[in-house]
Design a protein around this ligand. Sequence first.
Ligand code: MF3
Ligand code: CO
Length: 250
Amino acid sequence: MIITKSRAEIEKMFKAGQLVAQVLQELKAMVEPGITTLELDNYAEHRIRSAGAIPTFKGYKGYPFSICTSVNEQVVHAFPSKRKLKEGDIISIDCGATLDGYVGDSAITVPVGKISDEAAKLLKVTEESLYRAIKMMVIGNRLSDISHAVQSYVEPFGYSVVRDFCGHGIGTAMHEEPQVPNYGLPGRGPRLREGFVLAIEPMVNMGTHKVRIEEDGWTVTTLDKKLSAHFEHTVAITADGPWILTQLVS
Ligand code: MF3
Ligand code: CO
């Protein structure tokens, strides 16, 4: 069952979403050659807790950290570590916070120093696919219209969309129904209704869509070791159209 949220609940989710957006903006500013992904995690955890919120990921199904820091061929769910970022890397930072019982979930992929034109294009196309998907989040459209928007935008560039992981409904729990795949034919699945809140999260690979899970049981890596990018927003469907709760409003 897809749980619809009231205006008051969506406003709470906006507060959680704004915190996540703020933290991600700060983490982005910290990314430079030499910083470790564990330093980013420490910062995020303290920042979230001092705002009176809980880092949603920590302890979720045993996940040991507050953020995911997936570098280069790592797709999602990579553990922060003593690994130092280096010039030319790309890093996906995924962050969730629970504030007043409601969850915000968002991810960005950012360059470390100067990156190749190829990598920069992957980031740009992946982020644009997220916004094309969000544009489909209007009352009366079908769920798979969102999925199709990602796939149909990304594949003509020669990129592929990860199939093994999806976006999701979100509310008092990080993962609610429905699952939101990043591929598929349009016009399928449930009709979108006012009060649905979905985390849309395209994961786009330069090469094969195939991925594997590493020995730590979490880190998802591209099978061909080519680059992967990930962008995510938590978005509410309102009568006025999509409301991006994790987009920073200054
Ligand atoms: N954005 C990711 C997701 O929705 C974050 C989950 S990481 C986890 O699946 F460790 F908490 F699982
Ligand atoms: Co998510």
